[in-house]
Design a protein around this ligand. Structure first.
Ligand code: DAH
Length: 339
């Protein structure tokens, strides 16, 4: 038995000195020390030994096992080191190879324009309100004091979902929703998508964006409207910008005006961008009609207010000198990445 043990030790030593890879080493370990390994086999046979022989052989068996384990340990270490060295040798880093450029996205120019306008009004203490794009005829037209036979109600201009439901044609219905749910004072802007049955061309799209503004309080005057729009125009288009109001008609305001800003390119002298006018129309505005206040349960004797509505595409096109609205909806990265 003693001889068998020494034989095992010698064999293990001989075998191991030649091993250079992890897999062969593990196979050898199983063959010597595993459950069915040679050493385990010998230890199992110890029951047959006499009482005086057993401790001697047991001690020797333990020594042999420890030696073999230690040997396996040091060979394993060597094999691992060699493998690591080989791997490092192969994985040389070439710092001269150009990096892979990551494409970083950014906000759509329309989103940028909306956020810029929002910032200006938030600075003036306004809150942002939203309303549904699928809107009732009541909110989109009736409560806004729009005559029964007003041309904007025509099916040729408005997408009807049913007799009483439309895709909103303007952000003005949000005014109604806010006035009905919030007691004055009110100071809001409402950005959002609106829909009209227009054919697509360079200046028209059946889907576009507006920003609506509404202020309701005691003693609000046209002077407040003009002051607010002036400040807004200077913030958006530059300090030298002036505004001009031209009388107009909207069903939901009285008096009503169309508002122009002095051309941001020529500053009013006339150029290609303003078509020689010196002025560019940017929005509609006016003092909220008493009928609209009444429809929302607000007493026009006690409260007054102003409202305005502005096309976002137009403003963005003007500022960036974009000549065709379709570019804003085609999502061509060559165009979008310029902003
Ligand atoms: N809703 C109007 C439009 O789409 C724009 C507008 C004009 C909104 C005057 C207003 C306003 O709030 O007071 O043409």
């Amino acid at each position: 038995m003693e001889q068998r043990l020494r034989g095992i030790l010698e064999d293990a030593m001989a075998e191991m000195s030649g091993i250079t890879d992890g897999r062969t080493l593990e196979e050898a370990r199983v063959r010597y020390l595993g459950k069915k390994g040679r050493l385990t086999e010998v230890l199992r046979g110890m029951g047959a030994l006499g009482a005086d022989e057993r401790p001697v052989i047991g001690k020797l068996a333990n020594e042999v096992r420890e030696k073999i384990e230690a040997m396996f340990g040091s060979v394993a270490e060597k094999v691992e080191k060699a493998a690591l060295a080989e791997k490092l040798g192969k994985e040389k880093l070439d710092v001269t190879i150009p990096g892979r450029r990551r494409k970083i996205g950014k906000k759509h120019p329309l989103t940028q324009a909306i956020e810029e306008m929002e910032e200006i009004f938030i600075g003036l203490g306004y809150e942002i309100a939203e309303g549904p794009e699928i809107e009732t005829v009541y909110h989109n037209f009736d409560a806004l004091n729009t005559e029964e036979n007003h041309p904007s109600r025509d099916e040729q201009d408005t997408f009807y979902i049913s007799d009483n439901v439309v895709l909103r044609t303007q952000t003005s219905p949000v005014q109604i929703r806010v006035m009905k749910s919030t007691p004055p004072p009110i100071r809001i802007i409402c950005p959002g998508r609106v829909y009209r049955a227009d054919t697509v061309d360079a200046t028209h799209s059946p889907v576009f964006h507006q920003i609506e503004g509404l202020v309701i309080d005691k003693g609000v005057t046209m002077g407040d409207l003009i002051g607010t729009l002036r400040l807004f125009a200077k913030n958006l288009f530059g300090e030298k910008t002036e505004i001009r109001l031209r009388p107009h008609h909207f069903p939901f305001t009285e008096p009503s005006a169309e508002v122009d800003v002095s051309c941001w390119v020529c500053e009013g002298t006339g150029c290609r961008v303003c078509k020689g006018e010196g002025w560019i129309e940017i929005l509609g505005a006016g003092m909220v009609h008493p009928n609209v206040l009444k429809a929302c349960g607000i007493d026009p004797e006690e409260y007054s207010g102003f409202a305005f509505g502005m096309g976002v595409e137009r403003a963005a096109m003007g500022r960036h000198n974009i000549s065709d609205m379709r570019l804003l909806f085609e999502n061509d990265l060559r165009f979008l990445s310029q902003f």
